[in-house]
Design a protein around this ligand. Structure first.
Ligand SMILES: [Zn+2]
Length: 316
């Protein structure tokens, strides 16, 4: 494994703690990834990887100008966080069925219309969402940045999966009717760039949908740094509704709707961490009924945002 390097270029392995975790906290200057403000304060420190158990710990800061909660310092290379990430592997039948039961409501509600529409799933993971759209009236397309993964996935699904973002933009500029990013935005270092890419891709009047964990949710307040949806170190930032309004306006979109999503995994996967100090699958399964009841009352752990392309952005 290559040594992770912080945004200030220091080798983070040199900050190894006595308990074996790797800290990303050499002295650094906060820079907001959305508005470039240098004014921020710590909100959650020493966040461990409770899900996969990688040795990295990170801090989350809040920008005092735009309110974005993000990692600081920012990692230069996030690929080291994903070496054992199960979202990119093909799943068995039971897992797939179970996920459909738990997660369908948290993904874009893709419905067929009389007119065939072009749908791009940006960050399509293991292709589960695209596969579920195959029976509907869409021309489907996926994007995943890792070339060999994209190639294998495309072959398996029988759907084109692009891995080169420049090629994706060149071939599809202004042609996408529906752009989806299901739980992708929080993994990205440059949210302005991804909004600019969305602006290039989506035709005027088209839809840009994405879902993100809600850092201000009651679940996060209950579980703190043990909340599953923090998913340190893989989650880089947590854009909230006021910031998303600003990003949308800047990049030629308007927010049509936002709503809390049913996402049972957030609560159910936090319980094992609270009780045993790390994620455990069997305890996660046992916690699902309690999570279901919790979500009946507080469906706020993640939010979905529906944006419409107006092509009137201040940057393009
Ligand atoms: Zn900011």
């Amino acid at each position: 494994m290559n040594a992770p390097r912080g945004s200030n270029g220091l080798n983070l392995v040199e900050n190894k703690n006595v308990n074996g975790t790797i800290s990303s906290k050499p002295t650094h200057r906060f820079v907001c990834l959305a508005c470039t403000s240098g004014a921020g304060h710590l909100v959650l420190g020493d966040c461990k990887d409770y899900y996969l158990g990688t040795p990295y710990t990170v801090d989350y800061w809040e920008c005092e100008s735009c309110g974005l909660v993000q990692q600081s310092p920012l990692p230069e290379d996030t690929s080291i966080f994903y070496e054992a990430y199960p979202i990119h592997s093909e799943k068995g039948f039971i897992f797939t069925w179970f996920r459909k039961l738990l997660m369908t409501g948290a993904y874009y509600p893709a419905k067929s219309t009389d007119t065939r529409q072009r749908l791009l799933d940006f960050g399509c993971g293991d292709g589960w969402f695209l596969e579920n759209c195959k029976s509907k009236n869409f021309d489907l397309l996926g994007y995943e940045p890792e070339p060999s993964h994209a190639s294998r996935l495309g072959d398996r699904l029988g759907i084109p999966v692009e891995s080169n973002v420049e090629n994706l933009l060149a071939a599809n500029a202004g042609k996408i009717d529906i752009l989806t990013m299901n739980f992708v935005m929080e993994h990205l270092i440059d949210v302005n760039r991804v909004f600019a890419q969305a602006q290039q891709l989506v035709r005027p009047g088209g839809v840009f949908y994405f879902s993100v964990p809600d850092f201000n949710s009651i679940e996060r307040r209950i579980f703190g740094k043990k909340w599953h949806n923090i998913d340190a170190p893989r989650h880089i930032s947590f854009p909230d509704a006021p910031l998303i309004e600003k990003l949308a306006e800047r990049h030629g979109f308007r927010v049509v709707k936002s709503s809390g999503l049913p996402f049972l995994s957030g609560f159910a996967a936090s319980i094992p961490v609270v009780l045993t100090g790390r994620f455990r699958y069997w305890l996660f399964l046992l916690s699902i009924p309690l999570s279901y009841l919790f979500n009946l009352v507080w469906r706020t752990s993640c939010r979905g945002y529906w944006l419409e392309a107006t092509n009137e952005g201040s940057l393009g």
